[in-house]
Design a protein around this ligand. Structure first.
Ligand SMILES: Cc1ncc(COP(=O)(O)O)c(C=O)c1O
Length: 382
């Protein structure tokens, strides 16, 4: 074995011993999901299979081709990008929007564009990997704020030595499913002259009749609040966005490296997501259906109802979580299985996603089984 193979084999063996290997099984691909109860994907409103999105995507391919062909600042901006930016701004009530090729790129883009050695970046302890990576690349000093601890946030803002500050949170957290008190966080940021970056990956299409938690908190017009979004969850396609003032948009177009040096979003994804925005605004029943499923799942699992789609059931161990997820799969139920390092509090868990249009009775049974099987000893022979 070469030295490199020895190195990778040792890393693989460590993961195996800790029960932390990840898989990319084809069975989890949408095409193989027929007949399964999908409580794992982030297609919260079931829009990824909506014929109207498909038709919009096909029209865009016919009009613009399959790829944008270049960076948005070279020749890669097409009418579908401008249309999507207008639809996203309309849905969320924000003054301006800039679309990126993924939510990951949007988060890295905004934090690196705002960061500098004299800008303190204060990041909630539970934020997504893309925000952690953005903070690392931002050249800013970084403080990690204990999760959802606004008293600690105020101390960090008040005691900072840097002239500028950027606070980074998620509106609804992706693994635990809990929310930020955005009104209080935004008020603190206004008081201490800081930007508040809110990742609405799990808020848009879910909270505030689908317009997001920032809109629901009455902050759509707040110029110091910046929203980031993904198009790959409730909006059913692929891509990302930053929403804020026209001045912020102009700053990002000129400084966000993941925008400038990245090929523009594929036209099919842009047109599909624009159609999703229109559907969310026109059909509030979809969002209401999602919340009905969420309360059924939380009730059946005996966990507190989380404000978004994600309902989180703690497991007794990583192995228990995997065994429970596998057993549920045998029952025809797909759930997320999150283990370290993907769990911010170190607790392995099953993540059940409430989605509009799923079988409500099936979701109730799935939640009951998930809660039972994630406990040690109860396990997988039931
Ligand atoms: C909170 C959060 N932010 C950002 C992202 C990245 O979005 P995308 O998948 O569009 O890159 C995700 C996706 O998993 C997420 O959960």
């Amino acid at each position: 074995m070469t030295a490199v193979e020895t190195w990778l084999t040792a890393a693989h063996d460590d993961r195996l011993r800790a029960g932390l290997t990840r898989r990319t099984d084809v069975r989890r691909h949408p095409k193989s999901r027929a007949g399964l109860l999908d409580l794992a994907s982030n297609d919260y409103l079931g829009l990824s299979a909506d014929p109207r999105l498909r038709a919009a995507a096909i029209r865009a391919v016919e009009e613009y081709g399959t790829g944008a062909g270049a960076s948005r600042v070279v020749t890669g901006t097409a009418g579908c990008h401008a249309e999507l930016e207008a639809e996203l701004a309309r849905l969320t009530g924000r003054p301006a929007c800039l679309v990126f090729s993924t939510g990951y790129a949007a988060n890295i883009g905004v934090l690196t564009a705002l960061g500098s050695p004299d800008t303190l970046l204060i990041s909630d302890a539970h934020v997504h990997a893309s925000l952690i990576d953005g903070a690392r690349l931002s050249r800013s000093p970084v403080e990690i704020c204990p999760h959802n601890d606004l008293a600690a946030l105020e101390r960090l803002l008040r005691d900072r030595v840097q002239p500028r500050a950027v606070v980074v949170v998620e509106s609804i957290y992706s693994v635990l499913g809990d929310a930020t008190d955005l009104r209080r966080a935004a008020a603190l940021c206004a008081e201490y002259d800081a930007f508040l970056v809110v990742d609405e990956a799990h808020g848009i299409g879910v909270a505030g009749q689908g317009r997001g938690l920032v809109h629901a908190a009455g902050l759509a017009d707040a110029p110091h609040v910046i929203v980031t979004a993904t198009l790959s969850k409730a909006l059913g396609t692929q891509g990302g966005a930053v929403l804020g003032t026209p001045l912020l948009r102009e700053h990002l177009v000129n400084t966000a490296r993941t925008f400038i040096f990245d090929t523009g979003l594929a036209p099919a994804a842009a047109a599909g997501a624009a159609e999703a925005c229109r559907i969310i605004a026109a059909e509030p029943g979809r969002v209401a259906a999602l919340h009905e499923v969420a309360s059924v799942i939380a009730g059946a699992a005996g966990v507190p109802l989380a404000p978004g789609a994600v309902q989180s059931i703690p497991a007794d161990s990583a192995d228990q979580a995997v065994a429970a997820a596998d057993r549920l799969h045998e029952e025809g139920i797909l759930v997320g299985c999150f283990r370290p390092p993907s769990v911010p509090d170190g607790v392995s868990r099953l993540r059940l996603v409430a989605r509009a249009g799923v079988d409500v009775e099936g979701a109730e049974r799935a939640a009951r089984l998930a809660a039972r099987w994630s406990r040690a000893g109860a396990a997988v022979s039931v």
